[in-house]
Write a protein that binds this ligand. Structure first.
Ligand code: GDP
Length: 454
């Protein structure tokens, strides 16, 4: 395989930058561009060592660096590798990249280092996919679930299930090969029990996806209320809380901003639109349609009302929007004289939360309510597998379907070859998760989502 190179640190200025190289020519190229302080023959340098020296281009020094050596097969990709830690300036890092390219390296594609780790058999496909999930994780729980996957937990579970399926194949083959021994009935019963066991294991895995989806995608929450009810104050308070990890991510639509807070390590995605924020007036200026649109996108709506004012037409429209959605009703400004008719709100939700955002009073109850509505405290990863990846879930569903077909066929005394077809397909579905027999297209698609240098 060619020798690849990429800048692995994020673009922008940093204290240090890392340029990574992998492939059989790594040390030849390094030999031409790196002058270590105590020059040493590459054959004498051990893996997992770091050398200090200069990167040069035609005897002209580019930077002062540290180079980490990783010798095959004990490296990220299992190939000869090095990581050049340079100063973190864009110009310097690009010059080092250029000099590597000039001396025979090729620019790496996104995710190519991890792809090689997979193709060279160091990790399976689900582990490779977990690398990108760790990098993209927005909260500690998401990172933990991905780390469990990187540690091979999913692989272990899948392997166990596959072993059970193989044992069924052995039984079935025995009943086909030695019909004279009259073992068919025994084998069938055993096969049936194992198939049911396998099905239950697959259902267990499938069920973890519910939590997995929450962990990965978060819970979409929309805050609505008429002008001055206290939406921005609430949002700011939630975002400023110490426990909140805030990231601004440009949404898919042009004017949507999604902000994340974290409750019990679960990402809570607060849907907010720049348009609405600029107008600062959800009902009047953007109109009720926009609120409906936001409400549709949300898993939960927090509707906020001003307790110091009587309910208006706009408030009733908001109540109308939330009545068929999972909602939390907040009565804000309880520090002021109460003028609101609570009974109208109680008709929609019996559990009103009374707060004074100004005085930071009662806000904890909002966290508690969100946690209760989505059972967040029960999401406990404790070294267990949680399926967070849609692709894995789909393969598990397909495998389950094939196992169900095998069970039905066995119950209906169908010919053994039909049953083995279903069982083999289930094995293939599971193999797609760990990447034993996936097509190149799927592999390329997965790795194209990686960042450069990973
Ligand atoms: P929005 O238009 O719904 O985003 O409302 P804001 O968050 O901008 O709040 C409108 C006004 O109400 C601001 O002057 C806030 O300081 C004030 N406010 C927010 N929460 C409270 C509260 O709990 N008590 C009182 N007295 N004023 C509040």
């Amino acid at each position: 395989m060619s020798t690849i190179v990429a800048i692995s640190t994020a673009s922008g200025i940093g204290g240090i930058g890392i340029i990574r190289m992998s492939g059989e020519n790594t040390f030849n190229i390094l030999d031409k561009i790196f002058i270590p302080k105590n020059k040493q023959n590459i054959t004498e340098i051990k893996g997992y060592t770091i050398k200090y020296g200069k990167i040069v281009d035609n005897n002209k020094q580019i930077d002062e660096v540290l180079v980490s050596y990783f010798k095959a097969p004990k490296s990220y990709t299992t190939e000869d590798m090095c990581e050049i830690s340079s100063h973190g300036g864009q110009v310097v890092m690009k010059q080092i990249l250029e000099v590597c390219l000039k001396n025979g390296a090729e620019i790496a594609e996104p995710g190519e280092f991890t792809k090689r780790a997979f193709l060279n058999g160091r990790i399976d496909l689900s582990q490779a996919e977990s690398v990108i999930d760790i990098i993209n994780a927005k909260t500690s729980k998401e990172a933990e679930a991905s780390l469990n996957q990187l540690n091979g937990f999913l692989n272990k579970d899948i392997t166990k299930i596959k072993e059970k399926i193989y044992s069924i194949m052995v039984d079935i083959e025995a009943s086909i090969d030695y019909p004279e021994y009259d073992i068919e009935e025994v084998s069938n019963k055993k096969a049936l029990n194992t198939l049911i066991d396998v099905k239950n294991e697959l259902i267990k895995l499938e069920n973890t996806f519910l939590n997995g989806k929450i962990i990965k995608e978060g819970i979409k929450v929309a805050i609505i209320g008429k002008p001055n009810a206290g939406k921005s104050s609430l949002l700011n308070l939630l975002l400023k809380e110490e426990r909140a990890i805030v990231t601004d991510i440009e949404g898919t639509t042009r004017d949507t901003i999604e902000e994340f807070i974290s409750i019990n390590g679960i990402p809570i995605k607060i849907i907010d639109t720049a348009g609405i924020r600029n107008a600062n007036d959800i009902v009047e200026k953007i109109g009720i349609d926009k609120s409906k649109d936001i409400a549709n996108k949300a898993d939960l709506i927090i509707a906020i009302f001003d307790s110091s004012k009587e309910l208006t037409e706009e408030d009733f429209e908001i109540l109308d929007i939330i009545k068929n959605k999972l909602n939390i009703i907040i009565l804000n400004k309880i520090d002021l004289k109460n003028k609101i008719d609570e009974n109208k709100l109680l008709k929609i939700n019996k559990d009103i939360i009374k707060v004074s955002i100004l005085n930071n009073e009662g806000v904890d109850k909002i966290y508690e309510k969100i946690s209760e509505l989505f059972n967040l405290e029960k999401i406990n990863l404790d070294n267990s597998v949680t399926i967070t990846n849609e692709r894995h879930k789909n393969e598990i569903l397909k495998a389950k379907h094939n196992i169900e077909n095998a069970i039905n066929s066995l119950n209906e005394n169908m010919p053994m070859d039909i049953i083995t077809v279903y069982i083999k397909e289930a094995l293939e579905n599971l193999g797609n998760i760990t990447g034993e027999n996936v097509s190149e297209d799927i592999i390329n698609n997965i790795f194209s989502k990686f960042c450069l240098g990973k």
